[in-house]
Design a protein. Structure first.
Lengths: 251, 329
């Protein structure tokens, strides 16, 4: 039995009459890649946001690495080793790629009540930031302003900023959103390369990527989990086909 | 991987700042030469307003918190000096630290409450607090209510027989100039430090900053307190310059004028507010000599700056340089 990194118990969140998360219980094992799939509006982002702390659940519990984090704000969860990338690219466009990554490093290097030393010359921030950028293949873009690089590179930077903290668990909200096939393939290869060294919860619409990366797949429909299992089982699950893919379509 | 890049020198930008600081530094020499000695007094006011505007820009331009109550710190700094003088305590070593500590304490309380709100609500709550403190001044009959209070002497600094004679207007001028340079240097260091990176990050994307491990509330609050203390310093200097305090110095229109100065000079630049304060005060001086309705000219001018110079007048000079083929042209 593998270690449980994240244990979600009976999580529920409603917005008015809409139940976005409906009594979701889910266990994520240490160092697995678990992909959440489901049609648009299934509540995938709402679910992740409750796990990373941006949204407070109405009911239920989130246990991370043995600790109840249900009531913790995002920055405290981040310090425990939870990192996330955002579906809508959230990098600092006015700063360089390197400055973005350095800021992410800074978030995990103690407090930032340092008022005098120029951060741009701080090797204890710059060096790890460069290292992270190199790992996602952005090293040669480091000194460009984030505004000046492509959408695909923004997505890479998103991942780099999440990885900079050397997290125990990574929540990736559609890392391939809006990417061309070539960029997607590169991102998939990168995620493949870190697979096994960090626990990953992945939301993704690109089924090639999902089936290439996931150890297990969780299917979410209308806020409810209708199936969890190995990619093969999910591919052959008739309920999933009906709910998600429509009759007769091939996975 | 080399981190050292040879940055081309921004001549128009640097020249603009040098001219403005040069004017501040040399005005006691220039004013008698051009036969306008009262310019020295205007420049003392310019520098004091500049200090307050720099501090407002720290929360407004860098921290993204639009405070419509920053003149309250003029009042806190000023009234501390005024009230202590009223009770015959002119010792600057007591007056000044007390004013700054009071500014810090009030900024902490006000900031902690305001930061529960966002956007428009933040603006309204800062205004509400400033109005509260304003009316406190109005209702303080002992200290002159609306009519204010005359201060019978500037702060005294005496140590072991050595004294800094602020009563000498030239000495006072250069003390104010020194504090302007000190605040410019301090804020420049601050916005480029780790702390500065955090508050600027929070301004553009608070959610992302929390996701990478920062507690936005704490950093914003500390930023607000630092700005409050610098604002209080401006109040201390103002009370000493005018030798007079009244609730008018913390009227909401003064907070509005500070915002004007920041926007005019350039939000989110350390130097912009200095340019903004100078242009604002000089224009209002010149225009009000021409016509009583000088706001009719000043208003459209401000609109033009907002529309066409996104980073204010200071930004205009820096962009002009980029247009000539600078970095990221």
């Amino acid at each position: 039995m593998p270690n449980i990194m994240l244990d979600v118990k009976g999580l529920t969140k409603s917005y008015g009459g809409l139940t976005a998360t409906d009594n979701v219980s889910l266990q994520i094992y240490e160092n697995e890649v678990n992909a959440i799939i489901g049609p648009n509006g299934a509540g995938k982002t709402t679910l992740i946001s409750q796990l990373t702390g941006e949204v407070a659940p109405d009911k239920g519990q989130v246990i991370f690495d043995g600790q109840d984090i249900t009531a913790l704000p995002p920055y405290k969860r981040s310090r425990l080793g939870i990192a996330r990338s955002f579906q809508i690219t959230s990098v600092f466009l006015d700063r360089t790629i390197l400055e973005n990554a350095a800021l992410a490093v800074q978030g995990h290097s103690g407090h930032s009540f340092q008022f005098f030393k120029p951060a741009a010359k701080d090797r204890s921030l710059i060096d790890p930031a460069m290292e992270t950028l190199a790992s996602v293949g952005l090293a040669d873009r480091a000194h460009l302003p984030a505004r000046a690089v492509s959408h695909g590179e923004h997505r890479q930077l998103e991942i780099a900023m999440a990885m900079a903290a050397k997290p125990k668990m990574l929540f990736l909200d559609e890392p391939m959103a809006g990417m061309g096939p070539e960029e997607s393939a590169r991102m998939t290869a990168f995620l493949e390369s870190i697979k096994g060294s960090v626990t990953i919860l992945l939301i993704e619409h690109d089924m090639d990527a999902v089936f290439a990366l996931a150890d297990r797949i969780t299917v979410l429909v209308y806020g409810k989990i209708i199936a969890v299992g190995a990619p093969e089982d999910i591919r052959n699950n008739s309920e999933v086909r009906q709910a998600y893919l429509g009759e007769g379509e091939d996975l | 991987m080399s981190l050292i890049k040879i940055a081309p020198v921004n001549m128009p930008g640097i020249a603009f700042r040098a001219v403005i600081l040069g004017l501040c530094g040399l005005m006691p020499l220039i004013a008698p030469l051009v036969g306008e000695p009262y310019w020295v007094d205007i420049f003392i006011r310019v520098m004091i307003w500049a200090i307050a505007a720099i501090s407002l820009d720290l929360i407004l331009g860098y921290g993204g918190m639009v405070s419509f109550g920053h003149a309250m710190f003029f009042g806190i700094g000023g009234y501390t000096i005024g009230i202590m003088s009223y009770y015959d305590n002119f010792n600057g070593f007591i007056q000044w630290p007390l004013a700054l500590v009071l500014s810090a304490v009030i900024a902490t309380v006000v900031g902690a409450i305001c930061m529960r709100a966002r956007g428009l609500y933040f603006i309204m709550i800062t205004l509400a607090f400033a109005q509260m403190i304003y009316f406190l001044g109005v209702s303080a009959e002992e200290f002159g209510s609306d009519d204010g209070l005359t201060i019978y002497g500037r702060s005294e600094f005496e140590v072991a027989g050595l004294s800094l004679d602020l009563a000498d207007s030239l000495v006072f001028y250069y003390v104010v100039f020194f504090f302007l340079l000190l605040v410019l240097w301090f804020v420049h260091r601050l916005v480029n430090s780790r702390f500065g990176m955090v508050i600027r990050g929070i301004k553009s994307n608070e959610g992302r900053m929390a996701a990478i491990g920062f507690n936005p509330f704490r950093y914003k609050l500390v930023c607000f307190v630092i700005a409050g203390v610098i604002g209080g310093l401006a109040g201390v200097l103002m009370a000493n310059a005018e030798k007079f305090i009244s609730p008018d110095m913390m009227h909401w229109t003064k907070s509005g004028e500070l915002i004007f100065m920041v926007v005019l000079g350039g939000m989110g630049t350390v130097f912009g507010p200095v340019a903004g304060a100078m242009i604002f005060l000089f224009l209002s001086e010149i225009l009000s000599n021409i016509t009583e309705n000088w706001h009719l000219i000043f208003g459209p001018f401000l609109v033009l700056v907002v529309l066409f110079a996104r980073h204010g007048i200071d930004g205009l000079f820096w962009r002009w340089f980029r247009g000539q083929g600078g970095p990221h042209a």
